[in-house]
Design a protein. Structure first.
Ligand code: GLN
Length: 443
């Protein structure tokens, strides 16, 4: 813990990856020492972990990087936080993020952007950019983020670390502040596959407090010793779509390395992938508009008093939400409004079903699918903040995985002009462990 606190002191002023340190970290580490002395077996004894600031921590402010939740102190721990504590981990800090996990660069934080440790003029990706930058810079060995449309995998790729989005339902969402509930999943960051497995083994598992939680026991560390004969399906549509030269080179290299290790490659097609981004931005904004209705100045966080109830809500929400949160609430409310429901939301649901069928088809020919994690490496700060559509295009390779609830893993796969490039592996539902077996061969 002291080692990492020193790293934080040296690096945090330039990176701004963290929103606040846990003031009780040393005290909590000492309590872990006590438990060890009493003979408890703690798989993460004393290991510092950084948490995205949308994971509720008892007694420690949780803001989702939003003014509307500034000073909000949860009365309970999220299930994943509880599990980490049980395993002996020490919560080091809460990480910066795009407000309410909406964004691809961490520039939509109400508390200022995080910078990419590889190049301070560039973004770390998002929305879990603080968690990714903290692990990449060695301010923490492990971190948790959340992934609604790529928010663990894309920043992992931009920062040159491993990031994993489990099958929907494998990690409890209890205590994760809701963004788009049918897509949200907590996911880990680490610098090695073994560390990623260690953390995944802790956070996955059934939780009766989340009605979408699945009864599947995690076996990530176990999977590392396994060498199953796997066929990898290269997704034609995502290889053809405007990738930068370094990304294509990394894809080719990945294939060469694994072929030399006896892994078979085939080409697969996902025809409905061209509708994934449009489908995602209808489905996710619809859910966001509903989930964010609870921030009205009565129960949580900010309250700007007005003349009456409606005026108080209007003033609180106008002052409390940033520009991207407002844009998504407006889009989602529009998509769900009477008369438009079938044209937008209903159509998005049908597209989602087609995408699912496409994946099922592809998995008939391959055990794991391969795409880049992002078509390009980290971009410059400010490059996309005024152009929402170009920001949304950063998610082109990741959103389909959430729409279908699949597990996806981003691994560091090369460099383009000194910036890290990531590849994405996708498995069928509940076959998450397969991704780790494969990633370890490349590592
Ligand atoms: N970048 C995507 C978005 O803005 C994904 C966000 C996420 O996964 N939380 O919606």
């Amino acid at each position: 813990l002291r080692f990492y606190l020193k790293r934080v002191e040296a690096l945090e002023p330039q990176l701004h990856a963290l929103l606040r340190l846990n003031p009780r970290a040393e005290e909590e580490a000492r309590a872990v020492e006590q438990r060890l002395a009493q003979g408890e077996e703690l798989p993460l004894a004393g290991v510092p972990v950084v948490l995205k600031d949308n994971l509720c921590t008892r007694g420690l402010e949780t803001t989702c990087a939003s003014r509307i939740l500034e000073h909000f102190v949860p009365p309970y721990d999220a299930t994943v936080v509880e599990r980490l504590r049980e395993a002996g981990a020490v919560i080091l800090a809460k990480a910066n993020m795009d407000e309410f996990a909406m964004g691809s660069s961490t520039e939509f934080s109400a508390f200022g952007p995080t910078r990419n440790p590889w190049d301070l003029q560039r973004v770390p990706g998002g929305s879990s950019g603080g968690s990714a930058a903290a692990v990449a810079s060695g301010m923490a060995p492990l971190a948790l983020g959340s992934d609604t449309g790529g928010s663990v995998r894309q920043p992992a790729a931009f920062c040159g670390v491993y990031g994993f989005k489990p099958t929907y339902g494998r990690v409890s969402r209890y205590g994760l502040v809701a963004c788009a509930s049918s897509l949200d999943q907590v996911g880990p960051f680490a610098r090695t596959v073994a560390d990623l497995a260690l953390l995944s083994d802790r956070i996955c598992g059934h939780d009766p407090r989340d009605s979408t939680s699945l009864k599947a026991e995690p076996g990530f560390t176990r999977a590392l010793g396994e060498r199953p004969a796997l066929t990898v399906g290269v997704v034609r549509e995502s290889v053809q779509a405007g990738n930068s030269p370094g990304v294509l080179a990394a894809l080719e290299n990945f294939r060469r390395v694994l072929e030399a290790e006896g892994v078979r490659f085939v080409e697969v097609s996902l025809p409905a992938l061209e509708y994934a981004l449009a489908t995602y931005y209808i489905a996710m904004t619809a859910e966001v508009s509903s989930n964010l209705a609870r921030y009205d100045g009565t129960l949580y966080g900010l309250r700007v008093a007005g003349q009456d109830v409606t005026d108080t809500m209007r003033k609180t929400r106008s002052a409390g939400f940033g520009p991207e949160a407002k844009r998504r609430i407006l889009m989602g409310t529009f998509a769900l409004s009477a008369g438009y429901y079938d044209a937008y939301y209903g159509k998005a649901l049908r597209a989602r079903a087609r995408l699912k069928a496409d994946f099922e088809q592809a998995f008939a020919h391959a055990d794991v699918l391969l795409t880049p994690t992002s078509p390009f490496p980290a971009f410059k700060l400010g490059a996309k903040t005024d152009d929402p559509l170009s920001m949304y295009l950063s998610d082109i390779d990741t959103v389909a995985v959430n729409l279908v609830g699949l597990p996806g893993l981003s691994l560091p796969a090369g460099y383009e002009e000194g910036l890290p490039v990531g590849m994405q592996l996708i498995a069928p539902p509940l076959q998450d462990e397969r991704l780790f077996s494969l990633a370890q061969i490349f590592e």
